[in-house]
Design a protein around this ligand. Sequence first.
Ligand code: NAD
Length: 393
Amino acid sequence: MKLGFFSIDLRVHKKHDVPTAESSHFAESNENITNTPNLFSHVTLQVRVQAWKEVSGKDMKFVNLDVANEYDLLVQLIKDEQPDSIVHFAEQRAAPYSMKTSKTKRYTVDNNVGGSNNLCCAVIDSEVDAHVVHLGTMGVYGYGTSGGEIPEGYIDVVLPGGREANILHPAYPGSVYHATKCLDALLFQFYQKNDALRVTDLHQGIVWGTNTPQTIKDERLINRFDYDGDYGTVLNRFLMQGAMGVPLTVYGTGGQTRAFIHITDTARCIEIAINNPPASGERVEIFNQVAETRRVRDVAKLVADQTGVDVNMLPNPRFEAAENELDVANRKFCSLGLDPITLDEALFKEVTEVVNKYKHRCDPTKILPASFWNKKRAEECASLDPSSVKINA
Ligand SMILES: NC(=O)c1ccc[n+]([C@@H]2O[C@H](COP(=O)([O-])OP(=O)(O)OC[C@H]3O[C@@H](n4cnc5c(N)ncnc54)[C@H](O)[C@@H]3O)[C@@H](O)[C@H]2O)c1
């Protein structure tokens, strides 16, 4: 089987490594991303590809292109490679970054929706019957209390006149980033109907952990570890804060319930999705890619109990329900062989050990939130002082 991996290419690049995209908006934003604090040194993707060859004996090809702006190259790549599957990671993936300014909102929409639309058009133009596997988010369903289990993508409804239907679950995004994943879902629905494009959309929970069984084989393969307020995901941020002796940054009451998945299961789910493509003409396949749901303050307590740090309740920079329930179906992946990894203190230890090794790279002034959902939230957070955070480890 041939796979297309041309979406993961730019994550480790500095601007001077990306000459073809130098003048594009993507390069500008990508520079923002690569300039964000990251606990690991930036090993270039070329080095990581070489490291993977050394540990596995397998060749992985790396092509550097911007899917939102280099359409012709994308079509040519698909024609040349004739992939069976294309795993589409290539989006600006930080909700806080997407809410920072009008510039980052516009960039997130242009890059994410433009990139997904380009990919669908490119697969169709190239006349290659590739299965597109897209990384979406649980956030497309919204985080209100829905009063029942969230099904996998589609929901039974009764329309006016008593007609029964099974439709895409209503979209209810909580940020511009999440809105782009909802728009992606509509594009996939359209291109499946119109052109019989085969698509799987993975509605993924919040990823935590640092290593998979593959990346642990060589330090050069470790994923990036973002701990700052814009790019860091909540559990990894707490684990990093615990290891640094910094009070945990819980927003509001911490009553938000969210879905979590370990990075090893992310990789496993993508493998399962690739191996179970929808047939030609079948509607978009949607999986909820989650292991479990937990309340943020309960997650903070787990980390605080293990590390002895305090829990700091901050004014919430996000505009979201203070408390919500979240009950999510994940039966499809489980029936296909996933045995989900749940929050486990032994695995916390693995992350903490990695953080301890690289903690000299941490800039504590980046730990507090730096993006605010609206003017009111910015005003409520005005007292937060980034320079007040001190490392005590
Ligand atoms: N990490 C999570 O908790 C999480 C949860 C749900 C969904 N996701 C989704 O998973 C996917 C991968 O995210 P990640 O967490 O590994 O983050 P990441 O930033 O490591 O990966 C995204 C990659 O896409 C690249 N990219 C962005 N725009 C591009 C473009 N126009 N052309 C080419 N490459 C481009 C970035 O450079 C980056 O390397 C994203 O689509 C994200 O929205 C992540």
